[in-house]
Design a protein around this ligand. Structure first.
Ligand SMILES: NC(=O)c1ccc[n+]([C@@H]2O[C@H](COP(=O)([O-])OP(=O)(O)OC[C@H]3O[C@@H](n4cnc5c(N)ncnc54)[C@H](OP(=O)(O)O)[C@@H]3O)[C@@H](O)[C@H]2O)c1
Length: 306
């Protein structure tokens, strides 16, 4: 079942009222409903704020492992579901598999990993290894990482989707130089997801990838929503403008994330966050209202004038 563009966007409008975030995990427990958007190929709803885990490493100190568990708790309390990892993120898959098991959160998350091999058998071995590390027999989503061996790996991913080993198949890039190749694959394959770079500082995906995703009914995950943290440096110690409260935004993290997820072609942003304070702040963007078109232009002008 593919949903029409109107149905997908309408799902994003059902957010609850803002209650004030960035105040600690308890603030999420007020019974508010996260903002969600629908995966066009299935109609499944996903909260708009996910999490990227490329800085998560297994086998660190007990304090580090505790910090990851605390971040996952805040993320879940803040209505988060989409967790993105990859076999190339050092020991991230193992760290996640362990933390999720210890927390008893096996069914709480929508788990996405990647495959990064050129040959078919190498790809299969790599994905089987990811399943072991993540302690899963099946995955929600596997994506071809940076389009490597895309046609070969997509053959396997579509077979695995057919047999129920994965629920969704996708491709990723974080480089504008790969957008043309991504676009060609989006036209050629029945993809459920694409993952692409998009932020207030890097808006190239608005040109072709996001409109094509809407046209073809492909869900989008957004990586680098903070341009690897550079957006925070750009605003330095400036205060968030008063008018941002009009879309229930109280921090720069929420300002940047609400800009990204208010694009009609965006399903879910996956900010990297390995600190509890960052997770508490960012999960505030999962609630309240989103900037409308006029407010988005205001955000763009504000950022350009910095
Ligand atoms: N080709 C691909 O498939 C690809 C490429 C790149 C990334 N990705 C995915 O996208 C995810 C996000 O990318 P990323 O982590 O490199 O970049 P990012 O999300 O743009 O930025 C993450 C940085 O922002 C910091 N941060 C987060 N929330 C903050 C807040 N509220 N206030 C201040 N600083 C804050 C993080 O710090 P802390 O970590 O200290 O909390 C981290 O240094 C990755 O984890 C990965 O899952 C995929």
């Amino acid at each position: 079942m593919k949903l029409s563009r109107r149905q997908v966007i309408a799902a994003g409008a059902g957010a609850g009222a803002y209650v004030g975030f960035g105040l600690g995990a308890a603030a999420f427990a007020a019974g508010e409903t996260p903002i969600t958007k629908l995966i066009p190929s299935s109609g499944e709803a996903l909260p708009v704020i996910g999490i990227g885990t490329n800085r998560w490493v297994a086998g660190g100190s007990p304090a580090e492992a505790q910090a990851f568990r605390d971040v996952l708790k805040v993320f879940r309390d803040g209505g988060g579901r989409v967790v993105d990892t990859a076999p190339s993120y050092r020991t991230s898959e193992e760290a996640l598999g362990t933390a999720i098991d210890e927390l008893g959160f096996r069914d709480a998350f929508f788990l996405a990993t990647k495959v990064d091999r050129s040959e078919k058998q190498d790809g299969i071995a790599r994905m089987n290894d990811s399943l072991v590390k993540l302690q899963r027999e099946s995955m929600d989503l596997i994506q071809v990482h940076n389009l490597r061996g895309a046609r070969v790996q997509l053959e396997t991913l579509l077979e695995w989707r057919e047999s129920g080993r994965i629920r969704y198949a996708g491709i990723t890039t974080s480089r504008v130089s790969q957008h043309a190749e991504m676009e060609a694959l989006m036209r050629e394959y029945p993809l459920d997801f694409v993952q692409v770079n998009y932020s207030l500082q890097d808006r190239a995906a608005e040109e072709r990838i996001l409109p094509l995703a809407e046209e073809k009914g492909i869900a989008t995950l957004i990586n680098l929503p903070f341009a690897r943290g550079k957006l925070f440096k750009a605003v330095k110690d400036q205060a968030v403008p008063d008018w941002a409260t009009e879309f229930n935004c109280r921090s720069w993290g929420q300002f940047f994330l609400k800009y990204v997820v208010s694009h009609s072609g965006v399903t879910c942003a996956i900010p990297g966050m390995s600190k509890v304070a960052h997770a508490e702040d960012n999960m505030g963007a999962n609630f309240g209202t989103l900037p409308d078109a006029a407010m988005r232009r205001r955000q763009e002008r504000f950022f350009a004038d910095l």
